[in-house]
Design a protein. Sequence first.
Length: 278
Amino acid sequence: METGQKTIQKKTRIEKTSNIKLSIHISLNGLSFCIIDLISKEIDFLRTYSLSKNSTPKKLLKTLKKGFKENGELRNSFSSVKIIHYNNLSTVVPEPLFDKKNALSYLKFNSKILQNDYIAYDRIFNNECVNVFIPYVNINNYIFKMFDSFVYNHYSSIILEKVKLNEKNTTTPSLYLNININHMEITYFVKNKLVFYNRFDFNTKEDVMYYLLFTIDQLKLNPEEIPVVITGNISEDDDNYKIIYKYIRNVSIFNSEINQENKFYNSLKSDITLLNSF
């Protein structure tokens, strides 16, 4: 059952589809459609649909179809289409240890999977690591019917790649906290090498603080010194930000390179996944 939906759209019509890219973000909490002009680097269209907490892939597909039906802009021909899958069915494996034949076994340690689940993987960090995951196959099948071709990735691959890029030229490593609806990811690189990445489900702001401090303690970092960069669905007015700010001395919200005059700036400025999915 749908619990809410939000529409943000330019008044001008989208015409030059040869330079227009569509990105669709898929999770059991809902989905979002985003269209960007590759020449102007402007976001031309953004619409999100929210789903109830106990949603299913079947309900998700129904909402996806509704989105295409309601928004004519989504039925244009695009230069490229990308699907980003959000779920906790993923794990990162060092390239030297990765064997495609054993892909299913890597997920058994931290996910509930079935023998017939379809396994996909993203090669990240210039093939240093492989992110093994289970996509929403029913979504992929539907998108395949609609478009000649498309690319799909796991959202954690995008987070890891962007954080690594951000940390490339820094002398002091930062801890990155990506917050979404009811789940968060913590990432930590040292000297451009991945040291820690994990996802945590949460219900309250106290949960967020607990997992953050727990990670800081596990990594033997000093909460008085370690810079914490927050990305995702958050602002300084958010309760999650306020409690983090209370206990962490050096905390900031990630600011993207999106034009501040863009009408979608406030919706996208800290969404590291969506902004780097093009």
